[in-house]
Design a protein around this ligand. Structure first.
Ligand code: FES
Length: 108
């Protein structure tokens, strides 16, 4: 699988630090996050209940669900604060040619 698997989701500079952008791919709701100088693409919905993490906030390299306060590591998707105990998916991301790309087939 080569670079063809990557899909451009934003321009570099489009997001401010700690900003996120929700988008859909293949019927899936995803979230592009610019945190701590890096880009991450993760599932938009919290694994605890069906609640959008886009309504939460970024803390360092974690995203907080604003409904019950679970934190997810943006790189691994693993929750490190209850009540969520299932990880969200974090996808492969790269920056090239002034764009941010993600690979829906590659999970971190
Ligand atoms: S819905 Fe996200 S922590 Fe409960």
């Amino acid at each position: 699988m080569g670079d063809a698997a990557y899909i451009a989701v934003a321009q570099v500079g489009e997001l401010q630090p700690d900003e996120m952008k929700a988008f859909e791919h293949d019927g899936k709701r995803l979230l592009l996050v610019f945190a701590d100088g890096d880009y991450f693409v993760v599932d938009e919905m919290c694994t605890h209940e069906d609640y959008s993490l886009a309504l939460g906030c970024i803390k360092g390299r974690r995203i907080k669900c604003s409904l019950h306060g679970s934190y997810f590591d943006l790189e691994t998707g693993v929750p490190d604060e209850e009540p969520a105990d299932e990880p969200i998916c974090s996808y492969g991301v790269k920056v090239s040619n002034g764009s941010v790309w993600f690979n829906p087939a590659s999970r971190r």
